[in-house]
Design a binder for this molecule. Structure first.
Ligand SMILES: [Fe+2]
Length: 150
């Protein structure tokens, strides 16, 4: 993971700073024997009943269409939980004072964007990411777009 303020790329953001703005970050490792028990802990502690996997990559015919759903500022009524197995992605997440925090996630990274927190997501130039998703209720994971977004 590397993270910084979008309007101040010289200032890195660490996990403690992200946590102060409500975002959970933890490196869980890249070996399933290592990360799955930790994911199981999150599931029991935070009430995530469902685990699945999702992949985005250039072999998907509708990749641009899928990405267009998430690259505009939105929130969800359930936490957005992603653990990166492969590839990378860019989350821009609003701080408590409405600045953008840019978080680039890589294999082994777990990120939790809490419910009701505005954010957007896009792929890096490699256009490829493979993630585990955890959620409480799939219906809470429909994007709710922010009315006036820059
Ligand atoms: Fe989202």
């Amino acid at each position: 993971m590397h993270a910084h303020w979008l309007d101040d790329s010289a200032t890195a953001l660490d996990a403690d700073t992200l946590a102060a703005h409500g975002v959970v970050y933890e490196f869980l490792g890249t070996n399933p024997a290592e990360y799955q028990p930790k994911l199981d802990d999150y599931k029991s502690q935070r009430g995530y009943g469902t685990q699945d996997e999702v992949g985005l990559n250039p072999s998907l015919e509708n990749l641009d269409e899928i990405c267009a759903k998430f690259d505009k500022e939105h929130l969800h009524t359930d936490d957005e939980v992603r653990f990166v197995i492969d590839g990378e992605g860019i989350f821009d997440i609003r701080s408590s004072d409405d600045r953008w925090m840019r978080v680039v996630v890589e294999p082994g990274d777990l990120i939790i964007v809490p419910k009701d927190k505005h954010h957007r997501f896009r792929l890096t130039e490699s256009k490829s990411i493979h993630c585990v998703r955890l959620f409480q209720d799939q219906s809470g994971w429909v994007p709710v777009y922010r009315a006036a977004s820059d």
